[in-house]
Write a protein that binds this ligand. Structure first.
Ligand code: UDX
Length: 448
């Protein structure tokens, strides 16, 4: 099958590489000439395990190519995936200018039947807008060509995107056209062998499914973080509670890990966008707004804990930070808790010595050279002259620490564990002060 993908960002590249790998012919198109040149030279501009190999293998086999030539790309595929960015507008709504620009371009250049597929996460009603944009361009040209628009949201997690694409729990397709259903079954057939994963539904249901899934997951995280904050003040340990509730299959163990707040490119943006849509239609989504508020508060926890540990005296202190990415196995620092922490520390006159296995370049790109930021070559180099260590991201390489040695190295023996990686008793036995999330002694309990 011939497939065109607009947008060679995260979603577009993963979709393109995976569809090429099962034998489809894929043409990826992007307006960024530099990016396309790099992709053609075999360089993948984002970090995602396995993606570079998958692209180079399929490029060598002639199944995937990259271009800036939109007209050629539109001519190429029956399926026209739109996988361009939908950044948050100032008011939290998703900005559709890039999506609608692609729709317009398709309308300007198509010469036969096309299926236009919304792959980017877009608000409910976007498929109708895309349809109107394509139709308006066709009308300007005075040509009568058939086309369909369908919604096919992605549920990829960064760091596991290829696995998620190939072995995801479902493939959601919003359409009421039999012609589209047949084409989408052909497109996703190779992923549909073990069991029927393709779920057809109404276009608007498919659009809302994506937001509902992300909002539900974000809700689980904010919920457990809220419980953690209660546990802290009531002298309980949220890790014991997590086991206690997760064992009930109706609740389950996943996505109830307390921490320093969710980040990334999806949850914060999608939760905001859904809350905005709800406001717009006059039905404020109280729970969704609360999920966002709890998360905003959670992101300031690490700084609060440091203030507690140092009686608010952070000026002149040096803080070691392990983990800059918003989660492990990515170099993505969008909405990462580490950013809020570093910025608060700088405002308070402290210095930061940080390390991340993948996100150091990204950190340099965001913050540039500054006197109060040292990016260390190795994890343990951050500890030299540091007063405290804060763990922001649960990379595997951070899971073992020689605590007696850490006690010797730090100027003040303080460990803030933003991901609850360690047992408080083990850390305290080495003489360190331990501040976890929702674990009794991070805050003086109010109950005697
Ligand atoms: C998410 C969804 O999982 C994915 O289906 C969707 O397509 C895009 O958004 P992603 O942003 O890559 O994927 O990250 P994910 O692994 O889901 O983690 C999101 C955030 O939640 C991270 O900041 C993570 O640290 C946090 N998290 C996750 C918790 O704090 N606790 C948990 O129990 C799980």
């Amino acid at each position: 099958m011939k497939i065109t993908i607009f947008g060679s960002g995260y979603v577009g590249l993963v979709t393109g590489a995976c569809l090429a790998d099962v034998g489809h012919q894929v043409m990826c198109v992007d307006v960024d000439e530099d990016k396309v040149a790099r992709l053609n030279a075999g360089e993948v501009p984002i970090y995602e395990p396995g993606l570079e190999d998958l692209i180079s293998k399929n490029k060598a086999a002639g199944r995937i190519e990259f271009t800036t030539d939109a007209a050629k790309a539109i001519e190429f595929g029956l399926l026209q995936f739109i996988a361009v960015g939908t950044p948050s507008d100032e008011d939290g709504s998703a900005d559709l200018k890039y999506v609608l620009k692609v729709a317009e371009t398709i309308g300007q250049h198509m010469n036969d039947y096309k299926i236009v597929i919304d792959k980017s996460t877009v608000p409910v009603g976007t498929a109708s807008k895309v349809e109107r944009s394509v139709a308006a361009e066709l009308e300007k040209r005075g040509v009568a060509l058939e086309f369909d628009v369908c919604s096919n949201p992605e549920f990829l997690k960064e760091g596991a995107a290829i696995e998620d694409f190939s072995r995801g729990s479902r493939i959601v397709v919003g359409t009421d056209s039999e012609r589209v259903k047949k084409a989408m079954l052909e497109c996703y057939g190779p992923y549909n062998r073990q069991r029927d994963k393709v779920m057809f539904m109404g276009v608007r249901s498919a659009e809302l499914t994506k937001y509902a899934a992300n909002a539900m997951l974000a809700t689980k995280i904010s919920f457990i973080n809220e419980v953690a904050n209660l546990a802290e003040r009531l002298g309980a340990d949220v890790e014991e509670i997590r086991h206690g509730i997760g064992s009930d299959p109706r609740i389950g163990y996943s996505f109830i890990y307390p921490g320093c707040g969710y980040g990334g490119s999806c949850f914060p943006k999608d939760v905001k966008a859904l809350a905005h849509t709800a406001e717009e239609i006059g039905h404020p989504a109280e729970m969704i707004k609360a999920v966002e508020r709890v998360n905003a508060r959670q992101k300031s926890k690490l700084f609060e804990k440091l203030c507690q540990a140092f009686d608010g005296q952070l000026k002149g202190k040096t803080i070691a930070i392990w983990g800059l990415a918003f989660k492990p196995n990515t170099d993505d620092m969008r909405e990462a808790p580490s950013r809020e922490l570093m910025e608060a520390l700088w405002d308070a006159g402290a210095r930061v010595q940080a390390y991340d296995p993948e996100a150091m370049d990204e950190c340099r790109r965001i913050y540039g050279q500054r006197d109060d930021l040292v990016l260390a070559e190795r994890r343990d180099d951050t500890l030299e002259g540091a007063h405290a260590l804060v763990i922001c991201t649960e990379w595997k390489a951070f899971r073992t620490i020689d605590f007696p040695e850490l006690y010797q190295t730090l100027e003040e023996p303080v460990l803030v564990d933003g991901r609850n990686l360690f047992q408080p008793d083990t850390v305290k036995a080495a003489g360190l002060a331990y501040y976890g999330i929702g674990r009794g002694d991070s805050v003086r309990p109010v109950l005697a």
